[in-house]
Design a protein around this ligand. Sequence first.
Ligand SMILES: NC(=O)c1ccc[n+]([C@@H]2O[C@H](COP(=O)([O-])OP(=O)(O)OC[C@H]3O[C@@H](n4cnc5c(N)ncnc54)[C@H](O)[C@@H]3O)[C@@H](O)[C@H]2O)c1
Length: 381
Amino acid sequence: MKKINAAIVGTGFIGPAHLEALRRIPTIEVTSLVEVNQELADQKAALLGIENAYTFEAMLKDERIDVVHICTPNFLHFRQAKAVLEAGKHVVCEKPLAVKIDEAEELVRLAAQKGLVNAVHFNLRYYPMVRQMKTMRERGELGEVYAVMGSYLQDWLFLQTDYNWRLEPDKSGDSRAIADIGSHLLDITEYVTGLKITEVLADFSTVHKTRLKPLKDIETYSGKMLSMDDYQEVPINTEDHATVLLRFDNGSKGSITVSQVNAGRKNRLNIEIAGSKSNFEFNSERPNELWIGKRETANSQLMKDPALVHPEASALVSFPGGHNEGFPDTSKQMFKEVYAAIREGKQPEKANFPTFADGLRELIIGERIIESNKKQAWVKI
Ligand SMILES: NC(=O)c1ccc[n+]([C@@H]2O[C@H](COP(=O)([O-])OP(=O)(O)OC[C@H]3O[C@@H](n4cnc5c(N)ncnc54)[C@H](O)[C@@H]3O)[C@@H](O)[C@H]2O)c1
């Protein structure tokens, strides 16, 4: 089978995660990468074993490249995704799809016009237990959704000295915790329940009103140590923590809390969905388990096992029961679906994977959440 050639733009934290996932699928070859400058691109290409270290423009001109993965800071997604589509290549873009709604709308329109495959890396949908919850809900095993309670907690911005481009609105957008991790949680909420969020009431807090910005560049999660002379104190305008009340289109209610300052919570998405037949709880730090609550019989803990989950979920399982799968597997499973469409040469009419339209949806919800926090009032989506 002919290999599909891919390029990766941005090789900090998540770019190499895309690379590793793609390398686990035999029909894909990552031939090229792009970095912020040629020197870094050459270094990263040698480190990661990638043949071509290109400038962005040179990469666009290489006709052998079929698909481009955009793994750069948020403010670059729109202009880079647009240029890739205009060059006639398929795109897998990191979340958020853009920083403004009108940019995301333009990308949705352009991708449809060009007929190219477009995906946004909402990879957390690809935990088999998330697909299992969705499938159980579709089969009526959850019942009517009564309520949703979600949280996404991290601690990597816990200290005043923790710093990253995500703290700068010109690079990250006007929201931080909601855009960065809340977007995954809101995506999963609608994906699993099949409901649409219709109204939001948000309350943000910025725990560190100023932070100590390193005067040298550091990559996300790299954990490098600096001395006090290497820092400058800067004001912070985006949220470390947010709580949002949700109203859904079936009349039910929910809430989410997101935080990047909860000590000890490394990267914990937790969602509990109460239905009229069962109650589901999923925690991304224990992704091989799904808790199913019952009123009249014993509660159960489903362990990931391809023989025990529905076929839609076992399609996302590569190993037998007891062989744990985790975060790196979610991207592999997602790319299998995206690249099946790329092999067909066009976006499926009803894509199973998260598309630019889903990326736009998250931006709309995110902007309404920011507006609600500013007004301290309910805002309609
Ligand atoms: N889906 C997920 O689970 C997930 C997880 C982490 C990050 N992300 C998203 O991925 C994106 C990148 O995040 P990260 O944590 O990897 O950031 P990072 O800072 O670790 O890496 C960003 C990389 O982009 C490079 N870069 C910057 N400007 C560039 C340019 N003009 N051209 C080419 N490369 C350039 C940087 O040098 C760096 O290597 C963000 O949008 C973030 O929201 C998604």
